[in-house]
Ligand binder design. Structure first.
Ligand code: ADP
Ligand code: MG
Length: 372
């Protein structure tokens, strides 16, 4: 047995500054896990820092492992989510990470923490579980385990997903090269638009519950972008299997932030064309009735929601120019759209808007943004 290394002297906790964001914490955790040779001997191909970890197993395939944590009142509110929605969303987020690695989801573990009052509410826990199970099965994965605990007040759900890819076929965030075309699946901004619906319904319900109810009915399709996101599992697997994507990430924090992650990992810059960004059509109805201030503001802000709103769980990926022709236009009714091009890193990440190129600052969701 190897002799344990002498532990580093403990530092007083006062000398450990609080990370400025979750991304800084991830960078610190990543820097700590540097024993690459030992990890490589155990088959680890890619650890902290991508959408999922990658192992090479003995049968020559790569295993992908990822987890996502949903916390009530931080990641969702129970007033907006049915029990089944909570389970669906937890699993959707992790399925999306497997898709973003170009793999196929196989196994899932679902851990839930609920307060006693909800545990005792008929159907709540089983509905939550069913929401998770139904989506997992639809995407080709089985739930094989998990854990259950009691929380003082709020619901917490963790979905861990295990997927696989052929050896060398998993797709990283790193890999984009200048000249590669940038694509996105589906449409963007729906999930952020839905948050506005929830907020508006809440303010209406204070003065007029019936009005709030009919408002919620009108916007139920948009609300589903939050509560029932569809991870792009088929697109992810296709892009991985065909070796078409040079880099890929899923849009959980928002296009501007996730593109920045992809560019940083690839040591690249990018130019996005605002006019090409596929905005969710639910945000931009052709006609807005006079006096419908809610719909008007949604329409006015549609591009901002599409650029910076999170949780659409679409895939953002890059393709060599010569391979772009090989890309099909849609899969199972989900289109892909070319939205820009990869550039040298010194050119930064920019957006072409109104004939001018301006910096596209990462402004998506962060749990611990400074000053929040
Ligand atoms: P995503 O939005 O794709 O789920 P995250 O930003 O949550 O990605 O995570 C990025 C990377 O950081 C992943 O490799 C993830 O496993 C790692 N990571 C996040 N939180 C932790 C943690 N608490 N401990 C170790 N690694 C973490
Ligand atoms: Mg991800």
């Amino acid at each position: 047995m190897p002799r344990p290394k002498k532990a580093a002297p403990a530092r007083p906790s006062g000398s450990k500054p609080t990370p400025q964001s979750e991304f800084e914490l991830i960078a610190q955790l990543r820097a700590r896990s540097t024993d690459a040779r030992a990890q490589g001997a155990r088959g680890l191909v890619c650890g902290i820092g991508d959408d999922a970890a990658v192992f090479r197993n003995t049968h020559g395939r790569e295993l992908l492992v990822t987890s996502d944590l949903l916390v009530e009142d931080v990641d969702f509110r129970r007033a907006d989510f049915e029990a089944g929605d909570i389970g669906h969303k937890a699993v959707a987020a992790s399925l999306s990470d497997i898709a973003a690695m170009g793999g196929r989801p196989r196994w899932a573990l679902l851990s839930i923490g609920v307060p006693r009052a909800l545990w005792e509410r008929p159907g709540f826990v089983i509905d939550l579980y069913e929401g998770a199970e139904t989506l997992a099965r639809l995407c080709g994965a089985f739930i094989i385990g998990g854990d259950i605990s009691r929380t003082p007040e709020r619901v917490v759900v963790d979905a861990t997903l295990i997927g696989e890819a052929a050896r060398g076929r998993s797709v990283r965030r790193a890999g984009a090269r200048p000249g590669d075309q940038i694509f996105v699946t589906g449409t963007l901004g729906g999930a952020a638009g839905a948050l506005r619906v929830f907020e508006h319904a809440r303010s209406l319900s204070k003065s007029s519950p019936p009005e709030a109810q009919s408002f919620a009915r009108v916007y139920s399709e948009l609300a589903r972008c939050q509560t029932r996101p569809a991870p792009r599992v088929e697109w992810g697997a296709l892009l991985g299997e065909r070796g078409l994507a040079t880099a890929m990430i899923d849009l959980s924090d928002g296009l501007s932030s996730d593109l920045a992650h992809l560019c940083r990992e690839s040591d690249a810059g990018a130019l996005i064309e605002a006019a090409s960004v596929p905005v969710n059509p639910l945000l931009t109805p052709a006609r807005v009735a006079r006096g419908d201030a809610f719909r008007r503001s949604l329409k006015k802000d549609a591009l901002t929601l599409a650029l910076h709103g999170g949780e659409d769980f679409e895939l953002l990926f890059t393709v060599r120019p010569r391979d772009a022709r090989k890309l099909r236009e849609s899969l199972d009714g989900v289109p892909v759209t070319r939205i820009g091009v990869v550039r040298e890193s010194r050119e930064g990440v920019k957006i072409l808007r109104g004939g001018r190129e301006v910096r596209l600052a990462p402004s998506g969701f962060e749990h611990f943004r400074r000053g929040d």
